[in-house]
Design a protein around this ligand. Structure first.
Ligand code: F6P
Length: 330
């Protein structure tokens, strides 16, 4: 994990994959730390696409003014198909070399980190990854940049849905993002008093959901909001609501898909601070010869994990969280 440090003078920073609130704070921290250690820092625009198209510009102090508090990523982001080809990566390497860039900080989810890992193996460009995704699905960090904000956004939206659900005695199915991971659903569900939380990692048969709803009816609960994580094998909120409607035809059922609003908005204080700590640590890691690693936070300590493990090893949902959610929803 720690290689013989090369003398790094110029680093490139990019954001790739789905944007996440706090990415700007992470870029800012990388640039600030770079300047502190007398490095030149280059912004690579639109992720690996920009590396291939030579959309690479030197960043100055003014480039990062007032970005800490903004959602999205001012470097923009993309999912690059061309970078998946060796020809694409060769072009990207040639462009980096034309700017004299010696090392990279890659901010993104597992696809983005996979790119950094491949690039290091093939071309020897040292890279440190920062976990930037609302999904929180990366091994090697308790939390990813953007997850906290996305959960706050989801909970705020569900609170509003709750008001109308209560006014009309309705059952709502709310679908949240997470690709194939249930972390947002679990937190949003606990934080919004959900009647049930359905996630891809655990089976939750429709019969069990029906029992739960009937039990809550007897207990005279005024409203029911069921959180469904996208990516589940039994379908999304729409499909599950249709199955329930067949069994409980008298229920007034509505579906809301929260979608990309979970990716936007100003980052929470937690995400700003996490991104800032990880950004500085990424630069310091590079200077100490920590290559091909992801920097994360575990038990409130900065930890470097080989990228290969971060992308291959499974991050499990916490059974204890599910047990607590179960107690709270009955
Ligand atoms: O990985 C972040 C994420 O928002 C997932 O939760 C979601 O499944 C996916 O990206 C959506 O991707 P896109 O923005 O390309 O539709």
């Amino acid at each position: 994990m720690t290689d013989q440090p090369i003398h790094i003078k110029k680093i490139g920073v990019l954001t790739s994959g789905g944007d996440a609130p706090g990415m700007n704070a992470a870029i800012r921290a990388v640039v600030r730390a770079g300047f502190y250690y007398k490095l030149e820092v280059y912004g690579i625009y639109r992720g690996y696409e920009g590396m291939i198209n030579n959309d690479i510009r030197k960043l100055e102090n003014k480039s990062i003014a007032h970005v800490l508090e903004r959602g999205g990523t001012f470097l923009k982001s993309a999912r690059s198909e061309e970078f998946k080809t060796i020809e694409g990566r060769q072009k990207a390497y040639d462009n980096l070399k034309s700017h004299g860039i010696d090392a990279l900080v890659v901010i993104g989810g597992d696809g983005s980190l996979t790119g950094a890992h491949l690039f290091y193996k093939e071309f020897g460009i040292p890279a440190v990854g920062l976990p930037g995704t609302i999904d929180n699905d990366l091994f090697g960090t308790d939390l990813t940049i953007g997850f906290d904000t996305a959960c706050n956004t989801a909970i705020e939206a569900i609170d509003k849905i709750r008001d109308t659900a209560t006014s009309h005695d309705r059952l709502f199915f709310v679908e949240v993002m997470g690709r194939d991971a249930g972390f947002i659903a679990i937190n949003a569900g606990i934080g919004s008093a959900a009647a049930a939380i359905l996630i891809p990692e655990k089976k939750f048969p429709v019969e069990k959901l029906i029992d739960r709803l009937k039990f809550r009816e007897k207990a005279k609960k005024e409203s029911n909001v069921v959180i469904v994580a996208e990516g589940g094998k039994s379908g999304g909120a729409q499909e599950i609501s249709e199955k329930v409607k067949k069994i409980l035809p008298t229920y007034d059922i509505k579906v809301t898909i929260l979608g990309h609003l979970q990716r936007g908005g100003a980052p929470s204080s937690f995400d700003r601070i996490l991104a800032s700590k990880l950004g500085v640590s990424a630069v310091e890691g590079l200077l100490h010869g920590k290559y091909d690693v992801m920097v994360g936070i575990i038990n409130n300590k900065i930890v470097f994990t080989p990228i290969k493990r971060a992308i291959v090893d499974d991050k499990q949902v916490d059974d204890e969280d599910l047990r607590i959610a179960g107690i709270l929803s009955t």
